[in-house]
Design a protein around this ligand. Structure first.
Ligand code: PPE
Length: 308
């Protein structure tokens, strides 16, 4: 998806003009995938733009770095403040997507990441529906990928590390080249894990089910957590349970969640139509509650918002 430039990017504590936010070609992270990032959204609300679950994202960023043995030279509070200021400086009144990135920088070559300098950047730009407006409204067509999700003992699936996304990219290529919108990946044990950049849910007999992140080798999603809270508040049972591909084929409803993707109904999986092929009632209820929450329309979720 093309990027719409904004004015300034925060780099290591200072604002830099968008077009000057460049790095050396011998940057460690470019060669070895040594970095971690976040995807955060800010939405317009009646009282100005609000960043959704900012602290949870920054905590996950610092935890990703801890897994990778990267010492982040900023605290969670400082990272949150950087995000707020970046939204303000770029005047993102209509909301935006925020991309904090911690990466190993220039000055060392070789696989050993330990001596490399650590750099931190944070950019924001307006980003539309990640899987398209049509996908958001009418559902997406999914394919189970022939690429497996990482084995957690080969790659740390709890870390949102940059290098991990080679796997996502391969699955995405396969899905798109085969005429689908998005891929679902199986974990190393053959159970459903997650999508290339989203968690996955099904609805069965009125109960919502999602794979447990640690067992399934999926990223523990902030949106997955938000949707779980919303569903339980709506009186809908949510279970974290392992599932296999045929559970998707015979689900009553299915949807995926992610910061970029938001809440997207699934229309079909491997050509098996989910339900009647249209977004189901529980999916629609979750989706509309999520959008009301992020836009500050529901007081009980005000604690998830940070005004910028
Ligand atoms: N799984 C993966 C592999 C993943 O990348 C994401 C987020 C999720 C699950 C959902 O996590 P959360 O955003 O906390 O609900 N994917 C981010 C990156 C997308 C991109 O293209 O880059 C995102 O949604 O920002």
């Amino acid at each position: 998806m093309p990027i719409t430039p904004t004015k300034k990017i925060w780099m290591d504590g200072e604002f830099v003009d968008w077009e000057k936010a460049t790095i050396h070609v011998l940057t460690h992270g470019l060669h070895y995938g040594t970095g971690a990032f976040e995807g955060i959204r800010a939405y317009p609300t009646a009282s100005g733009p609000a960043i959704f679950r900012l602290r949870e994202h920054m905590v996950r960023l610092v935890n990703s770095c801890k897994i990778l043995m990267i010492d982040v030279p900023f605290s969670v509070d400082e990272l949150c403040q950087a995000a707020i200021e970046t939204v303000r400086v770029n005047e993102m009144e209509n909301g935006c997507y925020l991309r904090p990135l911690v990466y190993l920088g220039y000055g060392e070559m070789g696989v050993n990441p330990l001596p490399a300098p650590v750099n931190v950047a944070l950019a924001c730009w307006p980003w539309g529906a990640y899987l398209g407006d049509d996908g958001l409204n009418n559902g997406v067509r999914m394919k189970i990928s022939s690429w497996r999700r990482h084995d957690p003992n080969a790659m740390p699936t709890a870390a949102k590390a940059t290098g991990m996304y080679l796997n996502s990219g391969l699955a995405k290529i396969e899905a798109l080249k085969s005429g689908y919108d998005e891929a679902i990946m199986l974990g190393p044990d053959g159970q459903i894990s997650e999508c290339t950049g989203e968690n996955l849910f099904i609805v069965r007999n009125g109960v919502i089910v999602t794979p447990p992140s640690s067992e399934a080798g999926a990223l523990p999603g902030v949106t997955q957590d938000s949707v779980t809270t919303i569903a339980r508040d709506l009186g809908i049972e949510v279970r974290f349970e392992a599932m296999i591909r045929t559970d998707l084929y015979i689900a009553d409803e299915a949807f995926l969640t992610g910061t970029a993707a938001e809440v997207v109904p699934i229309q079909s999986v491997d050509e098996r139509i989910v339900g009647d092929g249209r977004p189901g009632p529980i999916t629609k209820q979750i989706q509309s509650t999520y959008f009301a929450a992020v836009r500050g329309e529901l007081p009980q979720y005000e604690g998830w918002l940070t005004r910028a």
